[in-house]
Design a protein around this ligand. Structure first.
Ligand SMILES: [Zn+2]
Ligand SMILES: [Zn+2]
Length: 303
């Protein structure tokens, strides 16, 4: 098993020091749960380098002022850390023999993904998650922000899913990332169309066309929707089309590392999935769900 989606900081913190000891504690907890390899995948938008490149991306003149202001504050709070220091800390953990790979969770910045890819090409990333957390400047998954959550009562659920799916298709087509993270996170607050099959089909097709893997995440069990990402119907479509999978907790602190790994294993078993996909320097390799020994994380080039 893998835990290929881990953050170093909760969202309400932004000046916590990076420590290899924290990563060692993550690994210890994961290994105890039968998770043999971890990917560190902090959000790109937590770093100053993203601010230089992308700051103000939401301000296209079409975003309602309240949402634009909310996004501006969110961005200002978050985009403060140093990407070089983050990568150096992850590399130090890897060099010390911890079973970690170096990654990042990257949002979809429409029209800017070539610039994002250019920035990231300068770092030794093993895996890049691609995520959609906002559409048109609206952070639909920010459960703690009343301005964002109020939008759910004035928008049509089908239209939200459509906009989300279009962003996922754009993200996949950009080729900038390796894994579609929490593929149906648009359901996070509990809003699901009566007939989601159309959007599930499109998301699965986007994964196939791009060659990306998809993530099976336990984090939805901690959210109002109360369901893993992706839903069984979308997971079934990924499996039927041969889309490789990773597993993930999306932990933002130690308590959630390897969260409900056994339940994820059961979901995979029910879907008939016996292998997952890991990455070294953005090259995929196959790992058994039953957790055989993984290639040495420190060596690289073994795939
Ligand atoms: Zn995410
Ligand atoms: Zn995340």
């Amino acid at each position: 098993m893998l835990d290929y989606h881990l953050h170093l900081w909760p969202h309400h913190e932004h000046d916590t020091p990076l420590r290899v000891e924290q990563l060692a504690a993550y690994c210890e907890q994961a290994l105890a749960a039968g998770v043999t390899e971890l990917a560190l995948t902090e959000h790109l938008f937590r770093f100053r380098q993203a601010d230089s490149l992308l700051g103000g991306f939401w301000d296209d003149g079409r975003v309602p002022p309240a949402l634009a202001e909310s996004m501006a504050q969110y961005w200002k709070f978050h985009a403060t850390a140093d990407l070089d220091a983050y990568v150096a800390c992850a590399q130090e953990a890897k060099d010390a023999g911890l079973p970690v790979v170096i990654g990042l969770e990257v949002d979809f910045y429409e029209g800017n993904m070539d610039a994002v890819a250019g920035l990231l090409a300068g770092y030794p990333f093993d895996v890049l998650l691609g995520s959609v957390h906002w559409v048109g400047g609206w952070r639909f998954d920010d459960l703690d922000d009343p301005v964002s959550m109020a939008e759910w009562s004035v928008r049509e659920v089908d239209a939200c899913w459509d906009a989300y799916t279009r962003a996922m298709e754009g993200l996949a087509a950009s080729g900038a990332c390796d894994v579609l993270a929490h593929p149906d996170v648009i359901k996070v607050a509990g809003h699901v169309p009566d007939a989601p099959a159309e959007w599930w089909d499109r998301i699965a097709e986007a994964a196939v066309a791009s060659g990306m893997a998809a993530e099976l995440s336990s984090s939805g069990w901690r959210k109002p929707v109360g369901e893993q990402y992706p839903a069984a119907g979308l997971l079934e479509r990924f499996v039927a089309r041969g889309v490789p999978l990773t597993t993930a907790s999306d932990a933002h602190h130690l308590d959630h590392v390897a969260y409900r790994a056994d339940d994820l294993r059961a979901v995979l078993g029910a879907a008939g999935v016996a292998t997952l996909q890991g990455y070294r320097r953005r090259c995929p390799y196959t790992v058994a769900v039953s957790s055989g020994p993984a290639p040495a994380a420190g060596g690289g080039g073994t795939v």
